[in-house]
Design a protein around this ligand. Structure first.
Ligand code: GRF
Length: 207
């Protein structure tokens, strides 16, 4: 179903923002028909905020110390996203765990990208976990966010072979290349109304 206006997305990011950049590049290249409405970071020095400003997007730093609780922070965040009429929230290296209130307020409307083939290696340092476990293949996953950590319905994944001489850095570098392809693709499928979630399974309507 065609939309009359491009989907308005909001990105939450805590750091470098290379996934955010991949989304911006896809939008600027006309490959992703979305509007980047706002970028919010919990870190004032996040490179992601710079990248947003360069694209002409509102960049908001929200200071965790200015909020007494996670709930209070997330309530303010919900307000910022609503003000910018955000329709889909994309987590891209966002280091805060979302409160249940936040997740419940936006059911099926939050995506995340994770540098492993979930459900393997959730949480922090996914590439280190993969090397320590000795898997031969790792990769990247884009999924909808539910109340668990990295447990929501999987939208798409890309596999990356692990080499014997890999370090955390070399593996991360090959995985992030895949992430940069995967995230814009997942958002595009959503924007085109092609994703249908049934339980934990996401069906991609190709027609
Ligand atoms: C990526 O590896 C992403 O999968 C993980 O955090 C990292 C963020 O990198 N959630 P960047 O800030 O997008 O460059």
């Amino acid at each position: 179903m065609a939309r009359s206006e491009p989907l308005r997305i909001g990105v939450l990011a805590s750091g470098r923002g290379s996934n955010l950049q991949a989304i911006i590049d896809a939008i600027e290249a006309g490959k992703l028909d979305c509007r980047l409405a706002v970028v919010v970071s919990d870190r004032a020095d996040a490179q992601a905020l710079e990248r947003a400003r360069k694209h002409g997007t509102e960049a908001v730093f929200m200071d965790p110390k200015a909020h007494p609780t996670r709930e209070a922070f997330d309530q303010t965040l919900l307000g910022v996203l609503a003000e910018q009429r955000v329709e889909l929230v994309c987590l891209a290296g966002y280091m805060r765990v979302l409160s249940p209130t936040f997740v419940r307020a936006l059911p099926g409307l939050i995506m995340n990208i994770h540098p492993a083939l979930l459900p393997a290696f959730p949480g922090l340092h996914a590439q280190r976990q993969a090397l320590q476990y000795g898997v031969k293949v790792s990769g990247a996953t884009v999924h909808f966010v539910n109340e668990g950590v990295d447990t929501g319905p999987i939208i798409c994944q890309a596999a990356v072979p692990v080499r014997e001489d890999d370090t955390e850095e070399t593996l991360a570098a090959r995985i992030i290349e895949q992430e940069h392809q995967l995230y814009p693709r997942a958002i595009r499928l959503y924007a085109e109304g092609r994703l249908e979630v049934r339980g934990l399974r996401v069906y991609v309507n190709e027609t």
